[in-house]
Write a protein that binds this ligand. Structure first.
Ligand SMILES: C[C@H](O)[C@H](O)[C@H]1CNC2=NC(N)=NC(=O)C2=N1
Length: 113
C-alpha cells in the first residue's frame, strides 16, 4: 500500500464525502502522533510540534506554508515561542477528508529536513 506522504491530494469538491468511520480508524493508525479533535462540530487532526525557540518555530511554519501552497490544501497554524500547533481539516466537506491525512503525513516529514 502506498504510504500516505507519497500520495497526492485530490481536488476537494464541496459536498465530497467525509471519511467513513472505518476509513477514519485505518487512516488515524497511519499518523499516530496526531489527535482527532472536534471543534465547533468539525472533526479535525491536530498535532503540536516543539522547537527550541521562536525562530525555529517560524522556519517550520514557513516550510508548512510552502507545502500547503504546493498541494493547495491549507492547515490551521498557531505559531508560538517554541511550538507550532497544526490543524488539518477540509473546509469544503466541513470535516475530515483523506487529503487531511495525506497532509498530516507530509507535515511530519518536514521534520526530516
Ligand atoms: C476555494 C478553496 O478554499 C480552495 O479550493 C481550497 C484551498 N485550501 C483548502 N484547504 C483546506 N484545508 N480545505 C479546503 O477545502 C481547501 N480548499
Amino acid at each position: 500500500m502506498t504510504k500516505l506522504s507519497a500520495m497526492k491530494c485530490e481536488a476537494c469538491q464541496v459536498g465530497a464525502p467525509q471519511v467513513t468511520d472505518d476509513e477514519l480508524a485505518s487512516l488515524v493508525s497511519m499518523i499516530p502522533d496526531w489527535a482527532v479533535v472536534v471543534r465547533d462540530g468539525v472533526m479535525q487532526l491536530e498535532r503540536v510540534f516543539k522547537f527550541k525557540n521562536f525562530k525555529l518555530a517560524m522556519v517550520f511554519t514557513n516550510q508548512l506554508a510552502e507545502l500547503a501552497e504546493t498541494d493547495f490544501h491549507h492547515p490551521g497554524i498557531l505559531t508560538e515561542w517554541g511550538k507550532v500547533t497544526v490543524t488539518w481539516w477540509s473546509h469544503s466537506v466541513n470535516g475530515l477528508h483523506k487529503n487531511d491525512f495525506i497532509m498530516a503525513a507530509k507535515t511530519d516529514e518536514l521534520l526530516l529536513n
